[in-house]
Design a protein around this ligand. Structure first.
Ligand SMILES: [Zn+2]
Length: 109
């Protein structure tokens, strides 16, 4: 997810390159490098990451907590029911984040 610490303004899909993608996720490292490089060149920042729990709740799993960097980025998790929740990855653990959606620029009502 691209934007800044308060706003997600764009989504970039990447491959899940983990060997067991049914239960784990690992963002394609090249896509991550490219996104950070684009950010350094003046593009949007890497605001965070999203993934889904196809048969689970939209909450950080034990695996998510083990993998978390505690870097303050936002994680969006899409649950099996289609519900999306946002979390901030803090050093002391994930904190639930409320959010609102707004229309993007250029859209007509
Ligand atoms: Zn997860």
């Amino acid at each position: 997810m691209l934007g800044d610490s308060q706003r997600v303004t764009a989504i970039q899909r990447t491959a899940n390159v983990h060997s067991t993608p049914e239960t784990h996720f690992e963002i394609d490292p090249q896509a991550l490098i490219d996104a950070h490089r684009a950010a350094r060149a003046g593009g949007p920042q890497v605001a965070g990451y999203y993934h889904s729990h196809p048969s689970g709740p939209p909450e950080p799993s034990a695996t998510d907590r083990a993998m978390a960097a505690g870097d303050g980025r936002i994680w969006a998790i899409i649950g099996g029911n289609g519900k999306i929740r946002f979390w901030r990855d803090m050093p002391e653990g994930f904190q639930s984040v409320s959010y609102t959606c707004s229309e993007g620029p250029g859209r007509t009502p």
